[in-house]
Design a protein around this ligand. Structure first.
Ligand code: AMP
Ligand code: ZN
Length: 468
């Protein structure tokens, strides 16, 4: 399998550090609001990468953080008059709901920055001891000039950056030895959350969080590090500097970056008013449609979101669901049971679509071509399967469609329509199970409802439900 590596600017054969295993770190969202559809792009594409690697037999250790201490979180907390912790806890919960509705599987671990402060203090201390960091009045900076390889990921001209940076130096940062030096630890300001450290009561810089969480949950050297392309510089460049100077080994072997999602060919921004949360899209569409739309382009190509493209994505996905419906019907009703010799031969030919699918995915996760292979399979289904054929034949084609779409995280089986009264009945059963402290049963009912597209929410006024 080949992956495009931002570090080398080449497509490279993927060779994991340990045979059969993949360690992968994906930078997660800063949680101060509902996630927007731009944030959903890395979630969906790297979840699909994970699924495909698992399909190929790798055991994937997938770590994705929540940045839960940040200026924007603090600002929102002050605005609402609640703690920063309350804000981040709320939006982590909401983010997990959106992920579930987009069929993005939970990571092996979702670490939170504020739970890892000690690790950050330890790493900063090591960097100071090794001469890679310095403390000025309680603020600790990374000494970029000391790391000869600084800039290797973003391939930037450091001299240009330095001269640009000099004019950009903000007041308060003029204590830095070099314009490119960045903050590892900063002293608290009034009303901000803080932790004690050898340098000041304060909080970590953003970049050190990911270096520490990757080290703790995956090790000093990892296979894949991923995120949106805006993170290449300075975030990932700085992560490399911190991790490699602290640990003394190369940090990540493959750096993967998704391109940006635009809206109506413009950068998504709140001020332009062209800004959508995943939740808003979910009110209009099954979020599978959003997932399908994201995967219909290569992850390194810019992608444009528009109302029309969502409609065409919906229709395209519908064609797959309809083919599966038809095959299901044939499976139940076809006259013959067993495969005929002719059908066996046709099923051999059908294998070509899976080969195409794998070839596309092996070529730097080309989901666009993989989806094209699924549509060839759908066309095959529509022309080959009929009531004159056998049940086994319809069943085999259906299974093939379901397996390939599952790798993309798409559910090609139409959800059964659930009636309100059935939902209410299950909710009552769950309440009884909870009263009887049978939490396993209660959770099973919650999951059953979720698989039918019903989200439960335990509120102060009791249980509420809605369609996901
Ligand atoms: P943030 O919460 O801004 O740190 O972003 C979380 C993740 O979403 C990062 O990997 C970003 O690169 C990614 N991201 C943010 N906006 C977009 C966008 N418009 N298109 C694609 N990815 C984005
Ligand atoms: Zn990060």
């Amino acid at each position: 399998m080949k992956l495009y590596n931002t570090l080398t600017r080449k497509k490279e054969e993927f060779i994991p550090l340990q045979e059969g295993k993949v360690s992968m770190y994906v930078c997660g969202p800063t949680v101060y609001n509902l996630i927007h559809i731009g944030n959903a792009r890395p979630m969906i594409v790297f979840d699909t990468a994970r699924r495909y690697m698992e399909y190929k037999g790798y055991q994937v250790n997938y770590v994705s953080n929540f940045t839960d201490v940040d200026d924007k979180i603090i600002a929102k907390a002050n605005q609402e008059g609640v703690s920063a912790e309350e804000i981040s806890a709320r939006y982590i919960e909401e983010c997990k709901k959106d992920m579930e509705a987009m069929n993005v599987r939970p990571a092996t671990v979702h670490p939170q920055a504020t739970h890892e402060i000690q690790g950050m203090i330890d790493m900063i201390r090591t960097l100071i001891e090794k001469g890679y960091a310095y403390n000025v009045d309680g603020t600790v900076y990374f000494r970029t000039r000391k790391f000869a390889e600084y800039g290797k990921l973003s391939h930037k001209n450091l001299d240009d950056l330095r001269s640009g940076g000099r004019s950009l130096l903000v007041t308060g940062e003029d204590q830095k030895e070099d314009p490119l030096d960045f903050v590892l630890w900063k002293p608290k300001k009034e009303g901000e959350p803080s932790w004690p450290s050898p340098w000041s009561d304060g909080r970590p810089g953003w970049h050190i969080e990911c270096s520490v969480m990757a080290k703790k949950y995956l090790g000093d050297e990892i296979d894949i590090h991923a995120g949106g392309e805006d993170l290449i510089f300075p975030h990932h460049e700085n992560e490399i500097a911190q991790s490699e100077c602290c640990n003394g080994v190369p940090f990540a072997r493959y750096w993967l970056h998704n391109a940006f999602l635009n809206i109506d060919n413009r950068k998504m921004s709140k001020s332009l008013g062209n800004f959508f949360t995943v939740r808003e899209i979910g009110e209009k569409y099954d979020l599978q449609v959003l997932r399908f739309f994201m995967l219909s382009a290569h992850y390194r190509s810019p992608l444009n979101f528009s109302a029309e493209i969502m409609e065409s994505s919906k229709n395209a996905l519908e064609r797959i669901l309809t083919a599966v419906d038809t095959l299901k019907g044939l499976e139940a009703s076809a006259g013959q049971g067993e495969l005929s010799e002719g059908e066996k031969a046709r099923l051999e030919e059908m294998k070509a679509f899976r080969r195409k699918f794998e070839e596309a995915m092996d070529d730097d996760l080309n989901t666009a071509d993989a989806i094209a292979a699924v549509f060839e399979l759908v066309k095959f289904a529509n022309t080959e399967a009929s009531s004159r054929g056998s049940r086994a034949f319809a069943g085999a084609i259906k299974k093939e469609i379901l397996e390939l779409t599952e790798i993309l995280g798409l559910k090609a089986e139409r959800r059964e329509e659930v009636l309100d009264e059935d939902i209410e009945k299950l909710i009552r059963e769950r309440q009884e199970a909870r009263k009887a402290r049978d939490f396993a049963r209660a959770d099973a009912i919650r999951d059953e409802l979720l698989s039918k597209g019903i989200l439960l929410e335990d509120t102060r006024e009791g249980v509420k439900w809605k369609r996901a």
